[in-house]
Design a protein. Sequence first.
Length: 480
Amino acid sequence: MFKDSFKYYKARKPPPDLKDVMDVEKTDDPTVRKIAVSSECATHLKTNFALKSTKNWNIYEFLDVPGLILIENPFTAEGQREWILKCLKEYSKKPNILNIDAHGLLNDDETWWESCFGKSPNKDLLSKLRWATLGYHHNWDTKHYSENLRTEMPKDLTNLTNYFAKVLGFHQFKAEAAIINYYRMNSTLAGHTDHSEVFFEAPLFSISFGQTAIFLIGGHKQEDPAHALFLRSGDVVVMSGDSRLRAQMLMKSRLAGAQKGHGLLKKKADALQMRFRMILGKIIETKTLMGEVMKEAAFSLAEAKFATGDFNQVVLQNVTKAQIKIRSKKDNVAGVNLPVFESYQDGTDTYELAGLARGGQQLAKLKKNYQKAVTLLVELASLQTSFVTLDEVIKITNRRVNAIEHVIIPRIERTLAYIISELDELEREEFYRLKKIQDKKKIAKAKVEAIRREMIAAGKDDDRGGVANMLDEGDDDILF
């Protein structure tokens, strides 16, 4: 499986055995075949991309992975340095989008290169750059491209990939989006499928600069083993045709996962909505009760003042620390932590002797009523906090449910339909090819029979049909 292969080649202790890795420098590898560059491309295409002459290019295809092509380092030594500098200095500028933009680490008038290598270099920022997107910018939340996130593609990079496409025969290719990944030593890129593109028949170009790496490409099914390929600095990997359709089973599992996730999120939204309505009912009930309690507390305060007189000074002189305190805990509802507040009395009652001379009964009633009011206020605060939290979570959950139902699942279904249609077309082409072979063989056999009959009629053939030995007779080809 792809995941097993990924973990195997990612491991460092013990290091992986690289004997099964496809390497174009192994001339005895039967699964690697060299492709000749057409003389038309070598003669008529002129470039200034710091490339070697196409006559000196080595282009390989891999028989185990149809559609996978490798151009072995077509760049000159100076060309590699030039393109590396472009990736670091030019393509990390606006309007291109960087992963660090979301964190506000750069000023509006500052570039990543100037920040890291300027007069006051910021070495911490040097290792934070992970990727930059160009042209159509990939939306990592919705997992698709849109016109709203589009800037102009760099012309030099567009012309470079267009040139590679023409050399390989993809004359209608036009680069519209690119992502530049910046890897540190010993870093890896997790396995993924290119399911966001609109046209899967278009080739995908991957150019590597820097350290040697191992490139993994999976099969049509998740359980199929992955193929590993050595990449050296300057190598260009081209995925086209069948190699871009190797996501069908991954798409099916992704569709099943999306449908399962949609069902779980729907259940979560229903559970949260049920709790939301229950809390709303409690809030209405508590607020109604709160009015009665506060009214009763206000009356008891007036009664206490009438019976006892002004006791404000007694209360103020006995203030030390809060007797009624609040503690909080978490209530988990469908994975959402709701804060719950509770009031409790800590320590002795410092106002126990207040009103001993007169009005003690009214003061005791006053304390009881206001203690009940505080308890209700704390409960109301807990309910309203949970209400606001649930309201926000329900909105987010419903947005996710709608996104999966109306965006992600339809897009995966369209991708699956396209892949299936392409595979059906390949099957029809293969069937037609076999039919044509059979027709040609029938025509050839008919011609041989006609010549033989003419020879028999002319008396130039013997009685055994011209075959002197049974071993000399050829068998028909068998088509599987």
